[in-house]
Write a protein that binds this ligand. Structure first.
Ligand code: NDP
Length: 610
C-alpha cells in the first residue's frame, strides 16, 4: 500500500484506454443525473422531525436573558471558538457564544457516530494547538479527541462561562439608532449586540434522502449526526454495539460518514445491508501515533508553518518538504509534478496543460484506488460494485483501512442500486430493483444541506440597515468583501471560507487566519470609540469582480458524477458562481493578502463611523 505514495511515474495508459475510461465515467454520470438535483433531498419533518433534536444534553430551563453584549458569536464550533479566542487575545473580554447544541464543538458535538474521525491530519486540522498546549495523540484523531479539543479552547479562553448553549437564534435586526443588533432566541432572550459574528458552519443541517415511502418506515431510524446509542448500545469511542446483535440494520449512503461507521456496524450488527448509490473512492489511511518527544522539539510557530505547507502543496505549489504527507497532498503533488513533466516536454504553462496533468494523474490514481478494491474484497461482484468510476475530486475523497474489508464479513451485504438509489421504503424495509430487504433499523447517512440558502440552513435571517433581509440581499448569491464584511450590515462578520481563501481541505485554517483580521478590526474600532464598521460599496463590488475572475479549480465540473461538490450535476448559476468563488491566487495568496491588509492597520475598504 505504501506504493500509493510513490512519486509520479508517467502513466502507462494508452490513448485508447484513456478514451474508454472517459466513456465509462460519462456513462456512470449519466445514470445518476436527475432533473430534481438538490431538490431530491427532504427536510427532517413529520416522522423525522425529532431527528434535529439534541440527544446528548438535556435542555435545562433558565430565565430569559435581557442584556447588552459587546460581541455575539453565533455558533460554538471551531469557527466560533477560534473567533472567540482571537477576540480574547486582542483584549476584547465581553464575548458571548450562542449555539443550539448543549455544548461547544459544532459538527464534533453532533457527529458522534462510531468511527467518526477527521480525514485531515490533526497537526493542521486542530486549531490553536500551540495556544492550548495540546499534543494530538495520532496523525488522524477520532471525534471524541476533537470534541475534547473544542472544549479545551473554550476553557483556555474562558468562553464557556458566558456561552448560551441549547439556545437557538430566531432573529437578528439591526437598530440604527442604537448601533446594535437586537437578537431574539428560542429561550426568550433579547440580546443587544454591538458586533455579531456568524459561524453557523457549511455542513450542519441534516438532510434526508428523497426516497418514496421514507416516512412510512415503522422500525427504528436515525440520522448519523444524531447517533442513537440508547438503541444501538456501544459508544462514540467504538465499544461494541450490543443492541444491534440480532438486528437487521440498513444504512443509506456511502459517503465519508458511512465509510467510517460501516466497519463498526459490520462488527456489531446481526445482518448489515449497505444501500449504495455511488461508491466513494477509498484511498489508504496509514494512521500512526504521534511521538510526544518529537512533538516537543517543534519550534514555536510550527503550526502556522505546517498549515501553510499543507495548503501550498494541496494547491499545486512547491515546498521543500511535504510535512503532512498524506492522501490530500499526494493528489496535488502528482498533478503538479505531471504539469512540470509536460511543460518540460514543451507544453505551454496554461489551463489546458493543467487539465491534461490533472486527468493523467487522476487516471493513474483512480486505477490504483480501483485495484485496491480488487486486492482487498474477496467477492468479485462486490468488488466491482465498490469501484468508483469518476475523477477523484468529483466527490469527497475518502481514506480508510477497514471499510473495504468489512465487505468480506459474511453478515455484510452490499446492495448496489446501480446509481439509482433505494427505490422505495415501506413499513418493514427497503426495496431495490424489485427486491425487498426487511429491516429493524434504518441508519440515514445521506449528509447535510449544502446548496440551499444561508438563512434556511442557519435557521434565522438577519435584517440589516433599513430592514433589508440578508436572504434578500444575497438573493442572487453572496456579496461580501473578503467573505467577511457585508455592505448594509454594519458590525457583522461572516465566519467561513467562501469568497475568501476557499480552503476546504483544512477548514479551520480559514478561521485562525480570518480571526486575526476580525479581532484586529474590532479592537481598532473599540480603541477609537467607533460605533460602526462597514465595507464601502466600491470595496465590496471590487472584491466581487476580483474573485469572480477566478478560473482556478478542478472541482465543480459538470462532467463529474453528481454530488454536492458540483451542485448535483446542475449548471452553476450566477449565484452559485459567487458562492463558490475565492481569491484567484488560491488560499495561500488570500491568507498572505489578509495578513498584510490587517497589519497596515488601515483596513482599506472599511469605513469606521463614530
Ligand atoms: P455525503 O453527502 O457525502 O454522502 C451522502 C451519501 O448518501 C452519498 O453516498 C449519497 O449517494 C447517498 N444518498 C443520497 N441519497 C440517496 C438515495 N436516495 N439512495 C441511496 N443513497 C443515497 O454525506 P456524508 O455525511 O457522508 O459527508 C458529508 C461531508 O461531511 C463530507 O463530504 C465531508 O466533507 C464531511 N465529513 C468529513 C469527515 C472527515 O473525515 N473529516 C468524515 C465524515 C464527513 P450519491 O453519492 O450517489 O449522491
Amino acid at each position: 500500500e505504501s506504493s500509493t505514495y510513490a512519486r509520479f511515474v508517467v502513466s502507462q495508459l494508452t490513448d485508447d484506454e484513456r478514451q474508454a475510461l472517459r466513456g465509462r465515467y460519462r456513462a456512470e454520470r449519466d445514470k445518476r443525473l436527475r432533473a430534481d438535483g438538490n431538490n431530491q433531498y427532504l427536510e427532517a419533518t413529520g416522522r423525522y422531525a425529532n431527528l434535529l433534536d439534541d440527544p446528548y444534553t438535556p435542555v435545562v430551563s433558565r430565565a430569559p436573558l435581557h442584556t447588552d453584549v459587546q460581541v455575539l458569536v453565533i455558533g460554538a464550533g471551531f469557527g466560533g471558538l477560534v473567533i472567540g479566542a482571537r477576540l480574547k487575545q486582542a483584549g476584547i473580554s465581553d464575548v458571548r457564544l450562542i449555539d443550539k447544541a448543549g455544548d461547544v464543538g459544532g459538527v464534533w458535538y453532533w457527529n458522534r457516530y462510531p468511527g467518526a474521525m477527521c480525514d485531515t491530519a490533526a497537526m493542521v486540522y486542530l486549531p490553536l494547538l500551540e495556544e492550548t498546549g495540546t499534543v494530538p495523540s495520532a496523525k488522524y484523531v477520532a471525534a471524541p479527541e476533537i470534541h475534547a479539543h473544542a472544549q479545551r479552547i473554550a476553557d483556555t479562553f474562558d468562553l464557556r462561562r458566558d456561552a448560551l448553549l441549547s439556545t437557538g437564534v430566531e432573529s437578528i435586526m439591526w437598530d440604527e439608532s442604537l448601533s446594535r443588533y437586537i437578537v431574539h432566541t428560542d429561550r426568550g432572550d433579547v440580546l443587544r449586540a454591538k458586533y455579531v459574528c456568524t459561524s453557523t458552519g457549511p455542513l450542519h443541517l441534516p438532510k434526508l434522502p428523497g426516497i418514496p415511502g421514507i416516512h412510512s418506515f415503522a422500525g427504528h431510524a436515525f440520522h448519523t449526526s444524531r447517533w442513537d446509542y440508547a438503541y444501538t448500545g456501544g459508544d462514540a469511542k467504538g465499544a461494541p454495539m450490543t443492541g444491534l446483535a440480532n438486528k437487521r440494520v440498513g444504512i443509506i449512503g456511502t459517503g465519508a460518514t458511512a465509510v467510517q461507521c460501516i466497519p463498526h456496524l459490520s462488527r456489531s450488527a446481526g445482518e448489515l445491508f449497505v444501500f449504495q448509490r455511488t461508491p466513494s473512492s477509498i484511498d489508504v489511511r496509514n494512521n500512526h501515533e504521534i511521538d510526544p518527544q518529537w512533538f516537543a522539539e517543534l519550534e514555536p510557530g510550527w503550526q502556522r508553518k505546517w498549515m501553510t505547507n499543507f495548503t501550498v502543496l494541496q494547491t499545486l505549489g512547491f515546498a521543500e518538504e511535504d510535512l503532512v504527507k498524506d492522501g490530500w497532498t499526494d493528489i496535488s503533488i502528482r498533478i503538479r509534478d505531471r504539469m512540470v513533466e509536460l511543460v518540460k516536454a514543451g507544453k505551454s504553462l496554461g489551463p489546458e496543460t493543467l487539465l491534461q496533468a490533472y486527468e493523467e494523474s487522476d487516471d493513474e490514481k483512480m486505477n490504483e484506488v480501483r485495484s485496491r478494491v480488487d486486492a482487498i474484497v474477496g467477492d468479485e461482484r462486490t468488488a466491482d460494485a465498490l469501484k468508483p468510476w469518476y475523477r477523484q475530486l468529483c466527490k469527497r475523497p475518502c481514506f480508510h483501512d477497514e471499510y473495504l474489508q468489512s465487505f468480506n464479513n459474511p453478515n455484510t451485504h452490499l446492495i448496489d442500486t446501480d446509481g439509482k438509489g433505494v427505490e422505495r421504503i415501506d413499513e418493514h424495509g427497503a426495496w431495490v430493483q424489485g427486491v425487498h430487504y426487511p429491516l429493524d433499523c434504518l441508519i440515514i447517512a445521506s449528509g447535510f444541506e449544502v446548496g440551499t440558502s444561508y438563512s434556511r440552513r442557519s435557521g434565522f435571517d438577519i435584517a440589516g440597515r433599513n430592514g433589508i433581509a440578508l436572504s434578500e440581499y444575497w438573493g442572487n448569491g453572496m456579496r461580501s468583501m473578503h467573505g467577511i464584511h457585508v455592505r448594509e450590515f454594519p458590525n457583522l462578520f461572516v465566519i467561513g471560507f467562501t469568497q475568501g481563501a476557499n480552503q476546504i481541505a483544512n477548514v479551520p485554517q480559514n478561521y485562525v487566519e480570518n480571526g486575526l483580521a476580525i479581532a484586529d478590526i474590532i479592537a481598532h474600532a473599540e480603541a477609537n470609540d467607533m460605533r460602526q464598521v462597514e465595507p464601502t460599496q466600491t470595496a465590496q463590488d471590487d472584491w466581487l469582480t476580483f474573485i469572480t475572475s477566478n478560473k482556478r479549480g478542478l472541482r465543480g465540473n459538470p462532467d463529474c458524477t453528481p454530488g454536492y461538490y458540483n451542485n448535483e450535476g446542475k449548471p452553476m448559476s450566477q449565484s452559485d458562481t459567487f458562492n463558490g468563488s475565492g481569491h484567484p491566487g488560491g488560499p495561500v495568496a488570500f491568507f498572505e493578502f489578509l495578513d498584510a491588509w490587517r497589519q497596515t492597520g488601515e483596513f482599506a475598504g472599511l469605513t469606521f463611523t463614530k
